[in-house]
Design a protein around this ligand. Structure first.
Ligand code: UDX
Length: 442
């Protein structure tokens, strides 16, 4: 940002090496860059962003040797290891950057993913303000922070018989929707932060956002959905198979169910086969993302039985990774069977696409509950395991039934509300203006 007509302030972003975290961080970088700030992106070596897709940013690779842990899906363990590996180097790099900076390129603040909590100590040491970017919903934050109290009161761990009970003080969440307690101590402390940025929208989460401001007294900036505000080019870590767009072009309006469980979830071969038969038996056209490496015990879909492959041929299209935002925006897509990661949830809401929710872990239970019970733009798959009959019924309910029509109508209405928030004078646009002011004032 050009202060006094000359200086361009620099913001250092510290991204966590997961697809669902890198994407919103780079989107934020692009939003701030288009508002006049210089951007440096500090990142781990594994799952690193591609600098050539973002020539307007500088990149700062950090040492990290946690690759094998990431590949086994041990997210918490890998986050802890990553923080330990990067702490000293990040502080050194930052100190060096400050020594070299001219008065026209001063570091205004650090904005770090809440999983990259090592950044806080460095920022504090060097007296640079730090801001947290939360890539999940505000409701998830409230649920997560309530876990310690719930444990103290003896509510968790909870027996299976209580899984459908409402959690005290966290309406409408049930015990089964709660995230994992393990994560609580492995994230940044928001009290030592100058502000928190949320990739969320006031019209979706105003009561959760108000509670957070009231309880923590830290300025909160809900500036989402960032993929709608930012002009960032693709930050996809996997190659997108764009052939599915030509296949979608041949399908009729609102007829296709898009299926993806995001960038981190795993399933076993039995679940893959159940999912395949459920989709096949629904008799609806589908576009299914099966991420390579996401099936325990198989490379990819070679394991699907021959009769299943024959059954779905022509009606189902399977890819390793899709251009998801474009897919959801395609007129042929009428539903999304999703794990309800927060990015996928926002992307679906922004396109007015109703969901079938199959949460896998973390924040996804909370998102599912809000999608199905609060915003009422989706159905929840109730079974703990993927089961063909349940998938078939859910797909038919969403794609052919009256219930589906109602959900589609509500989704289109919610889309319109969200659009208003990002327009000039809307809540996200106002929040962004305030955020820019606060960064300039540091
Ligand atoms: C998980 C969490 O559930 C999420 O809430 C958290 O913020 C990050 O970690 P993930 O499994 O990555 O997330 O899901 P999600 O947040 O939905 O992000 C996935 C991203 O990958 C989306 O932006 C989606 O558009 C993209 N994607 C997914 C593709 O581009 N192509 C695909 O085929 C599938």
């Amino acid at each position: 940002m050009e202060k006094e007509g000359k200086r361009r302030l620099r913001v250092v972003l510290v991204a966590a090496p997961f697809q669902g975290h890198i994407t919103p961080m780079l989107q934020l970088g692009s939003i701030l860059h288009s508002n006049g700030f210089s951007i440096t992106v500090a990142h781990a070596q594994y799952n690193s962003p591609d600098p050539s897709s973002h020539p307007e940013f500088s990149f700062l690779p950090l040492p990290d040797t946690s690759t094998p842990v990431f590949l086994t899906g041990e997210i918490i363990a890998s986050a802890v290891q990553l923080n330990a590996n990067c702490k000293a180097r990040f502080r050194e790099c930052l100190a060096e950057a400050m020594r070299q900076q001219g008065s026209d390129d001063e570091i205004a603040c650090i904005i770090h993913d809440e999983f990259m909590y090592f950044s806080e100590a460095a920022a504090k040491d060097l007296m640079i303000p730090s801001i947290i970017l939360r890539t999940n919903s505000a409701a998830h934050f409230l649920a997560r922070t309530a876990l310690i109290q719930l444990k103290t009161e003896g509510h968790i761990p909870f027996p299976e018989s209580r899984s459908q009970d409402l959690v005290p003080e966290l309406y409408p969440l049930r015990f089964k929707d709660l995230p994992n307690l393990q994560l609580v101590s492995k994230v940044s402390n928001i009290r030592s932060s100058s502000a928190i940025i949320y990739n969320t929208i006031d019209c979706l989460e105003n009561s959760s956002l108000a509670k957070i401001e009231q309880q923590w007294q830290v300025p909160t900036f809900p500036i989402g959905p960032m993929h709608r505000i930012s002009s960032a080019s693709s930050s996809s870590l996997l190659e997108e198979d764009i052939s599915c767009m030509a296949w979608l072009d041949k399908q009729s309006y609102d007829s296709v169910i898009y299926v993806s469980l995001g960038s981190l979830a795993f399933m076993d071969v039995k679940e893959l086969v159940e999912m395949g038969w459920g989709l096949a038996n629904s008799q609806q056209p589908f576009l299914w993302v099966v991420r390579p490496g996401s099936i325990r015990g198989a490379e990819w879909i070679e394991i699907l039985p021959k009769n299943l492959k024959e059954n779905i041929s022509g009606r189902g299209y399977i890819v390793k990774w899709a251009p998801q935002k474009e897919v959801l925006a395609h007129s042929a897509v009428g539903g999304f069977l999703s794990h309800c990661g927060w990015n996928s949830t926002l992307e679906s809401i922004c396109e007015g696409i109703p969901m079938i929710c199959k949460p896998c872990f973390g924040d996804q239970g909370v998102n599912t509950r809000y999608v199905s019970h609060v915003w009422k733009v989706g159905l929840e798959l109730e079974g703990r395991n993927l089961e063909r009959g349940e998938i078939e019924r859910a797909v038919r309910r969403l794609m052919v039934g009256e219930e589906g029509k109602e959900l589609r109508k509500r989704s289109k209405n919610l889309k319109k509300k969200v659009e208003l928030c990002t327009k000039e004078g809307g809540s996200s646009s106002n929040s962004l203006n305030k955020l820019i002011k606060i960064i300039m004032s540091f």
